[in-house]
Design a protein around this ligand. Structure first.
Ligand SMILES: [Zn+2]
Length: 361
């Protein structure tokens, strides 16, 4: 849709320098730099002003919110209308972009509909590892009941991000709901100012925090030996190793994929090396060389060409698994869920941006 600014109640000459907008960019950059809240291009923030929803662009990184132009303007009412009519146009939201205010031709986040549905002015969506570690447990709702008492929160069972997730949210959302816990996915908080949203995020993440299980240090000498003769190397972050050095975490990872960005950036599930296997042997028995390989008790190796998004997700897996209660039943993404994520055009676009490094500018 290309609707001239000012028509139909839209604002004329949006003030992108407004205090709230500047505060949102600054807040976005700060949460984007915290790997326990946001990993790579995951997570997004938005602000509604005069009928326009300014939302993080697909594939861009929140950590670049102050240095780069990462926000896209979307006409709010037409998008909500498309959503109410279950129109496919709401899936990517691209046709509601106000192109005259979008010189870089960025595409809105694939999660734009989540932000549009919340009535509050400021919406913050993060892949908070504390939240995800609870939201993958089959007893998530009972745990949330205990920890979020007194807040206006709603639990939304896992649906594929995009239209299915938006519809699941729309069915459960009440006017006062300001906290959404998305099953196998993450957290949304909403408020009428950036400062209130920041406080609410801090409060909820504090209430959901759990002590990570301690893990032994990686055996980097052994890992470097296991990488000989292969295209594998050590991960960028030493924190990524604990998913393999802590055997309870390793078992959790071995059973499948727990949240969408894992599938998108690391592939379905995790590849675990056998006791006598080196990286070359793992590759020889795999249809596709895995992005990462877990060596139980020793640590993790990454494929040499693994990008920054994959690195961020390798660390995220360690951070999530260390907080998951291994004694309770977990909800893994189903084969159908995995397939939906990997065949999704909008995701392919996001991966391509990530691969080419466009988003790092
Ligand atoms: Zn998300």
């Amino acid at each position: 849709m290309r609707k001239p600014a000012g028509e139909g109640g839209l604002m004329v000459g949006f003030d992108a320098g407004s205090t709230e907008f500047r505060m949102l960019r600054s807040f976005s950059a700060s949460i984007g730099a915290d790997p326990l809240l946001v990993q790579g291009a995951g997570g997004n923030t938005s602000i509604k002003q005069d009928g326009v929803l300014w939302i993080k662009a697909s594939g861009t990184w929140l950590m670049n919110a102050l240095t780069g132009d990462i926000m896209v303007p979307v006409a709010l009412e037409p998008l909500l209308d498309a959503l109410a009519h279950r129109s496919d146009a709401a899936e990517k939201a691209g046709q509601f972009t106000l192109e005259e205010l979008n010189p870089r031709r960025l595409r809105p986040s694939i999660e734009t509909t989540v932000h549009a549905l919340m009535r509050q002015k400021v919406v913050v969506h993060v892949h908070c590892v504390e939240t995800i570690s609870i939201a993958v447990q089959a007893n998530a709702e009972a745990l949330l009941e205990e920890r979020l008492r007194g807040l206006d929160w709603t639990y939304v069972p896992y649906r594929r991000p995009g239209l299915p997730l938006a519809q699941a949210i729309a069915e459960r959302l009440k006017p006062a709901t300001s906290v959404l816990v998305l099953g196998n996915h993450g957290l949304v908080v909403a408020a009428d100012t950036v400062a209130e949203a920041a406080l609410l995020l801090q409060r909820v993440t504090g209430l959901l925090a759990r002590e990570p299980r301690p893990a032994s240090a990686p055996d980097t000498d052994a890992l470097l030996r296991l990488a000989i003769g292969s295209d594998y190397r050590l991960p960028a972050s030493t924190a990524a190793h604990s998913v393999a050095t802590d055997l309870a975490s390793c078992r959790i990872a071995a059973s499948g994929s727990l949240y969408p960005d894992h599938v998108i950036f690391l592939g379905v599930g995790s590849t675990i090396a056998g006791p006598d296997e080196n990286a070359a042997a793992v590759v020889a028995r795999s249809a596709v060389a895995p992005t990462s390989i877990l060596f139980p008790g020793k640590g993790v190796l990454m494929r040499r060409d693994a990008n920054a998004g994959a690195e961020a997700m390798a660390r995220c897996l360690a951070d999530v698994a260390a907080r998951v209660d291994g004694s309770v039943r977990l909800n893994y993404l189903s084969p159908k869920d995995n397939a939906e994520l990997l065949n999704w055009d909008a995701e392919k676009y996001r991966q391509e941006l990530n691969r080419t490094g466009v988003t790092l500018q």
